[in-house]
Design a protein around this ligand. Sequence first.
Ligand code: PMP
Length: 396
Amino acid sequence: MALSSLLQRFSEPETLKMAKLGRELRAQGIDVIDLSLGEPDFDTPQHIKDAAIKAINDNWSHYSPVPGFLDAREAVCAKLKRDNNLDYKPEQIVISTGAKQSLANVILALVDEGEEVIIPTPYWVTYSELVKIARGKVVEIRSTVENKLKITPDELEKAITPNTKAFLFSSPCNPSGAVYSKEELAGLVEVFKKHPNIYIISDEIYEYINYVGKHESIAQFDAIKDRVILVNGLAKGFAMTGWRIGYTASTVEIAKGMEKLQGQMTSGTNTIAQKATVAALTQDLAPSVEMTKEFTRRKQRVMELIKDIPGISCTEPDGAFYIFPDMSYYYGKSDGETTIANSADLCMYLLNKAHVSSVMGAAFGEPNGVRFSFANSLEKIEQGWERIKKALAALK
Ligand code: PMP
């Protein structure tokens, strides 16, 4: 087969792979509990669905401008002002087919062959692969449990070289749930001030799923704002993963670059979803607040459930809907049949023995971790952790 070398450079998302394996077992009649996937188990709020239905009936069925309808981009600007006190104009906004496309746009618009992108671990699986697609080089900063899986200004400074093009991170973080405070961001900004050629890609898609209070964006610091590409989307905060809406806020120059790419790749994103975006970003946030309250209850329950399982050490998440414990205590152990060498083995063991799906930490740049989602009902979470506990107890 004459498939391109590009395809050899990156892997498929481990998150989607695990979900697929879980579905396959389910198709065989096995009751698999899904703690692998990253999406709210809630319905999209009614007022957003109504706006989409109206858009269909109003015949919003033609191509939109490549970066999105003006009213949708204005809604993004209004949201950024309302929630983040950030001033952006519609020409600085590009609306895309999910935050994943937004990230692909940013990376392909900025990164040239051999240029370095600094990514703190653990990071969302797609970051490193997009950098590889762009022929850039991933430079990891290993975060530590002592610093609640965040990096320090010193660690950032040490990772910078003359070849550094960008820094890429999420807060709240998928998979660790780490959330940077304003003071912590200010510390990183002091380093960026000394390195005026580095861009900062800030993925804020879990903004609303925050257990410690107000979301802080690194774009609030004027000294570096022109170098920040803020990435956000509707998937997580509004339970709209399938609607595929993401957006960026950046300088006009970067926005134009991304528009050029998107113009050849996909054109403007789905028009119905764009009209729904206006309703989501400018109307009632109460359903999102309620959803986060439910995630808070589940997080507390999960933290209780893991307390009496030996060998799981876990930083309590401040945001998002995952825990990312260090599971290396189980590496080298066996149930007599299967020996666990690493996070991939452990996830497969939990899938085959406990019928619970999770995602291996190696995919997030942290081989000792495993990601378990709590975007599932309390009942399933409790059943899932009961099964995990039993399966882990069999490893000696
Ligand atoms: N960033 C992070 C950190 C994510 O977890 C996800 C989705 N899992 C995305 C971006 C992509 O979101 P979307 O569904 O809007 O493409």
